[in-house]
Design a binder for this molecule. Sequence first.
Ligand SMILES: C[S@@+](CC[C@H](N)C(=O)[O-])C[C@H]1O[C@@H](n2cnc3c(N)ncnc32)[C@H](O)[C@@H]1O
Length: 442
Amino acid sequence: MGEVEEKLKDYEIKREGEAEIFMLKSNAVFFNPVQVHNRDMSIAVLRTFVVKRKEEHEALMDKRNKSRQKAKQSETSVPNGDDASGSQHDEIDAHEKELNQAVDGINDSSKEVPKTPSWKVTRELKPPIVLEALAASGLRSLRYAREVDGLGKVVATDNDKASVEACKRNIKFNGASAISKVEAHLADARVYMITHPKEFDVVDLDPYGSPSIFLDSAVQAVADGGLLMCTATDMAVLCGTNGEVCYSKYGSYPVKGKYCHEMALRILLASIESHANRYKRYIVPVLSVFMDFYVRVFVRVFTSANEIKNTPLKLSYVYQCVGCDSFHLQCLGRTVTKANFSRAVAALSKAQVKKVKRFLPNPERHWGPKVRAGRKITSKHVSLLGPEAINGVVNGASSHEDGNGAAPDESAVEHEEMKDDDENEPTTKRQKIGDDEPASEP
Ligand SMILES: C[S@@+](CC[C@H](N)C(=O)[O-])C[C@H]1O[C@@H](n2cnc3c(N)ncnc32)[C@H](O)[C@@H]1O
């Protein structure tokens, strides 16, 4: 007993919200009481997300049931399903498929048989699973499990052994409700997230400093329509004290302005979006805040290869006046709904309008330097250009000068043809004829 008491002297109990953690007085495992606002706010957002997710699922089920009912009705009205109703059926099927995909994004891929009536779909929405990727003592995970109703499971990972041990101890310390919901794993968060694609309805990143190295794996771990919460405490970098570092971490170069905290948020959002786009995913910001000494963003992650094309519309270059506070935004892209060619027509030059030829026409048919530049003539050329065009060239320069109009000598042509394919072409191409030199046979 005395030994236990001795050991307990090194610990103290910290209470925050409805969770209690057992902390080493030396604070060997990270615990920052100042971040209480961060955790409180995350709980509020998480509660709202759980409600919203449920509403969205119900709306989807409603839509799906209506569409099935409609399909059922049209089936009974036209029992044999003739050709006329085919396209309508196809349309409904396509709609069905779309809805199914959306539902699968929310549920897992379990195949449930529809209950009575046959069109009524009652797929249950599974309780959301949360991943706290950088959990430390597990305080945040424990608060989520105890203070947010309707959560299924909270997974807490950390790559520090002492932290995971502390987390496991704290789970036990918080009783049965925590034990049934929270689990702790020793793992590198990046590996864990990348090996659990789209498995978590909520992913929470709360690192020391910059979250940049976790973003790529985090956007892959979030389920469709899921929530990614992310803190960044490297404000000096995000606010422009060290622009090069910001560019290397987030892909944006910050300017120093009075709006630097808002810009920090936007840089973080743009970076998350950029990582998401690599996996045909995009984000919808839900809440973005600068508070105390950090920024925290809450974004939903969706998948759509089409929607990611809109990313340039969400991004801008900032032009900051060096003399005053004014600035100008230049959007990276804009949407043009309808192509308008009238301006292009109006932009035609006078010559184009009058259809004046921009290049002189050939002085004769098949005009060009090849034959005259001493290219070997083969039957290929004869058939291509016609005997008149190559007249004289096959028989040598003299006959060309003579211009006797005789048909090329077949045997000469055939003889040359033997060398033609592999020798003639490159030789001719390599041959450079000076401006003042007459063309000669190679
Ligand atoms: C700021 S603390 C987390 C605080 C915690 N979220 C809270 O609200 O109390 C960051 C934690 O991330 C952990 N960590 C750092 N890099 C990691 C990685 N690659 N994988 C997993 N955990 C990591 C550290 O061990 C540390 O415990």
